[in-house]
Design a protein around this ligand. Structure first.
Ligand code: CU
Length: 314
């Protein structure tokens, strides 16, 4: 999956920095999305264990079922055209995968997912965003009495969010951090995050397992070195995603290829469709790119970033 991208980056380096070259280039600045690191989401916890060397049984089973690619793409779990219609595009039982076949293992109703021990009261949420997007993060928790051995349904979620955070166009050190309030609960619960972009219909989803009391298997968030080490195998990090940065030519080239909910593509196909995630034309950057000089500067910057972020290539 990554060879075409590398080929593109290498090939582009040999070309003059024209607008034509830019179209074939995937901007290194336009990396994708993010994941909840506190409390650690299922996919982030398995990625932290290592896609090639998962330790917990559930992460081993995930890799056996779906391969390693979902873990390398830990920052992706999205629906391109959600547009706020989360309950319409994600059926009950598919909340954790966002109804993406690629991420189906995340929907497993198991009680051995690595979990974070929490307590009622103030909680500092942390989301590692590999790309910042303006929008709203709404975080829910399951109701008291939730049965973690049953697939997660929308009606399992307490309608009162435990946190709501308006995401800015930029992050602090690659994270969105905000405080919420966890209610009184006992036992194992799921924290569900919906991140709806306001500059695009795209939304991101995640499940984080928490236990009120001690966690059977303590979840760990990926380290920055782990993120950097896995980036070369990600199919989304350098995929040209990002409505904030994509020039209009790219948006047009990918028009109509966005994944729609419920199409059920396999892991390999899913990683391809994400690249074509629908992006709005209404981005501030096209205006900034109106001048040819700006286009050239953008292409040069992309090349530099692409090289820096992909030291193994070129
Ligand atoms: Cu993104």
């Amino acid at each position: 999956m990554r060879s075409p991208r590398r080929a593109a980056a290498t090939g582009a380096a040999a070309l003059s920095l024209s607008a034509a070259a830019l179209v074939g280039l995937t901007p290194g600045t336009a990396s994708a999305h993010g994941a909840v690191f506190n409390p650690v989401s299922r996919i982030a916890a398995c990625f932290a264990e290592g896609p090639e060397t998962p330790r917990s049984q559930v992460c081993k089973d995930l890799v056996a079922d779906s391969g390693t690619q979902p873990l390398y793409d830990w920052n992706e779990v999205n629906i391109a055209n959600a547009a706020g219609n989360h309950r319409a595009v994600i059926p009950d039982g598919k909340l954790c995968s966002a109804n993406r076949e690629k991420y189906r293992a995340l929907d497993w109703a198991r009680t051995d997912w690595p979990a974070t021990a929490v307590a009622p009261g103030a909680f500092g949420f942390k989301v590692r965003a590999t790309a910042a997007h303006v929008g709203t993060m709404t975080v829910y928790i399951t109701k008291q009495g939730f049965d973690p051995t049953q697939p997660l349904k929308w009606s399992d979620l307490d309608p009162a969010p435990v946190a709501v955070h308006t995401t800015a166009r930029s992050t602090t050190d690659g994270h969105y951090s905000f405080t919420g309030t966890l209610p009184a609960r006992t036992g194992r619960h799921i924290v569900y995050k919906v991140w709806q972009r306001s500059d695009s219909p795209e939304a991101f989803y995640s499940c984080s397992d928490v236990t009120f009391g001690a966690a059977a298997t303590a979840a760990k968030a990926p380290t920055e070195s782990k993120i950097a080490a896995g980036a070369a195998l990600s199919t989304v990090s350098h995929a040209g995603h990002g409505g904030d940065e994509r020039p209009p030519a790219l948006a047009a080239a990918h028009a109509g290829q966005g994944e729609t909910a419920g199409t059920g593509t396999g892991p390999a196909a899913g990683s391809v469709t994400h690249r074509a995630a629908a992006e709005p034309a209404a981005s501030p950057l096209p205006l900034a790119l109106a001048g040819a000089g700006a286009v050239t500067a953008f292409a040069a910057g992309s090349l530099l970033l692409g090289r820096r972020r992909n030291p193994a290539s070129a």
